[in-house]
Design a protein around this ligand. Structure first.
Ligand code: SAM
Ligand code: SF4
Length: 331
C-alpha cells in the first residue's frame, strides 16, 4: 500500500490517537476555563473503529502509535483498546496524567508498553492544584513511584509557564540524578481558549540558561537526538537520566515531522496547529475507503506549523482560534 509521504517528502510512520476529550484534571493551559462541549458518545470512535483505522495506517507504514486524549485512561474500554492495538506490529506508547494508571499496570506490561509519558507540571502540591484545578498531587506521586517500582521507564512532560512553575526547572532536572527518567520541558503552545501569549512561554534558551547557571555550562552535555525526535536532549554530567526541551514555539522541528493525529471523533489532523480536519470515521461508517481523505490530508500539509511559519503569524493568538483546544486534539 502507498506509504504516507507528503509533498515535502516527509514519511509519516507515527500516529497519535486521542481516545477521549474527557479528563479528570482541568489543566489551565490545555482546557478552556468554561470546559468544552462534549460530543455525544455516538460521535466517538468505538474500540473496534479505533482498531480498524489504526490497522489501515499500519498497512500504510505506521510503526508507532501513541494513545493520548483528554485523559486516555478514563475510557472504560481502555484495556480492551490497548489489548487490540498490541496485536499490531507497532511500538505502542501512552501519554497520561497518571492518576488512574495503577488500574492498568498488567495490561500495559502485556502490551509491552515499557515507557510511559506522565504529565506533571509541579512538584509542589499547592502549585499542582493551581495549574490542574484538582488536588491530586499525592495520587500522582504514588503512581509514579509504583510505575518506577514495576520497571516502567518514565518520561515526565512539564509545560513551563512563566512566573508559575519556571522556578522548578532545577528540582525537575534533579529527579533524573539517580533514576533513568527523562524530564521533558515543553514550551507553552497556543490553542483555542488557553489564554496563550508569547510572553508566558519559557523558551529553550531560558531553560538552558537556568540549567547552565546552576550546574555549570561544562556540566551540561548535549545528547544525540533520535531520528524524528521533537525534543532536544541533554544530560547533567554524572546524572543517570536526562532532560529534554520541546521548543515548538521558539525552535520548531517541522522538517523531520513524521506525525499524524487522529481525534477521538475520528478526524485526521495533519498538524497540531492546523484547523483542517479530514473525516475518516464517517467514511468508515459508510463502508467506504478513507484513503482519499488521508491522501488529501497529506497533500495539504504545510512545510511548517500549518503555514504559520512566520513567528509574527504564529505568535498572534487570533491565528489559533479556529483550531481545537488541546484537550480535544490530543497532544
Ligand atoms: N491527559 C494526558 C496528559 O496530560 O498527559 C494526555 C493528553 S495531554 C493534552 C498531552 C500533553 O499535552 C501533556 O503532556 C500536556 O502537558 C500537553 N499540553 C497540553 N496543552 C498544552 C499547551 N498548551 N502547550 C504545551 N503542551 C500542552
Ligand atoms: Fe487533562 Fe492532560 Fe489536558 Fe491536563 S493536559 S487537562 S491532564 S488532557
Amino acid at each position: 500500500m502507498k506509504p504516507l509521504i507528503d509533498k515535502h517528502q516527509r514519511t509519516h510512520n507515527y500516529l497519535r490517537i486521542s481516545l477521549t476529550e474527557k479528563c479528570n484534571l482541568r489543566c489551565t493551559y490545555c482546557m478552556p476555563a468554561e470546559g468544552i462541549p462534549l460530543m455525544p458518545a455516538a460521535h466517538l470512535m468505538s474500540a473496534n473503529e479505533i482498531f480498524e483505522i489504526a490497522s489501515h495506517f499500519v498497512k500504510r507504514g505506521v510503526d508507532k502509535i501513541r494513545l493520548t486524549g483528554g485523559e486516555p485512561t478514563v475510557r472504560k474500554d481502555f484495556n480492551q483498546i490497548i489489548e487490540r492495538l498490541s496485536s499490531l506490529p507497532v511500538k505502542l506508547a501512552l501519554t497520561t496524567n497518571g492518576l488512574t494508571i495503577h488500574r492498568h499496570i498488567d495490561v500495559l506490561k502485556k502490551a509491552n508498553v515499557d515507557v510511559i509519558n506522565i504529565s506533571i507540571d509541579s512538584l509542589d502540591r499547592e502549585k499542582f492544584k493551581k495549574i490542574t484545578l484538582r488536588d491530586k498531587y499525592e495520587q500522582l506521586e504514588e503512581n509514579m513511584n509504583l510505575l518506577d517500582a514495576q520497571g516502567f521507564r518514565l518520561k515526565l512532560n512539564v509545560v513551563l509557564l512563566k512566573g508559575i512553575n519556571d522556578d522548578e526547572i532545577i528540582p525537575f532536572i534533579n529527579l533524573s540524578k539517580d533514576r533513568n527518567w527523562q524530564i521533558r520541558f515543553i514550551e507553552f503552545m497556543p490553542f483555542d481558549g488557553n489564554n496563550w501569549d508569547r510572553s508566558k512561554t519559557v523558551s529553550l534558551e531560558a531553560i538552558l540558561k537556568t540549567a547552565e547557571s546552576h550546574y555549570g555550562s561544562t556540566q551540561i552535555e548535549r545528547l544525540k537526538d533520535a531520528a524524528n525526535d521533537t525534543a532536544k536532549n541533554y544530560k547533567v554530567e554524572g546524572f543517570t537520566g536526562s532532560f529534554a526541551i520541546i521548543s515548538t514555539v521558539t525552535n520548531p522541528f517541522c522538517d523531520s515531522c513524521n506525525r499524524l493525529r487522529l481525534t477521538a471523533d475520528g478526524k485526521l489532523k495533519n498538524c497540531l496547529f492546523s484547523s483542517g480536519e479530514y473525516d475518516l470515521l464517517s467514511s468508515l461508517r459508510n463502508g467506504e475507503s478513507f484513503d482519499r481523505e488521508i491522501d488529501i490530508a497529506l497533500s495539504n500539509k504545510f512545510a511548517a506549523r500549518a503555514g504559520l511559519d512566520d513567528p509574527n503569524a504564529f505568535n498572534n493568538p487570533e491565528n489559533h482560534k479556529d483550531n481545537r483546544s488541546m484537550i480535544a486534539i490530543g497532544g
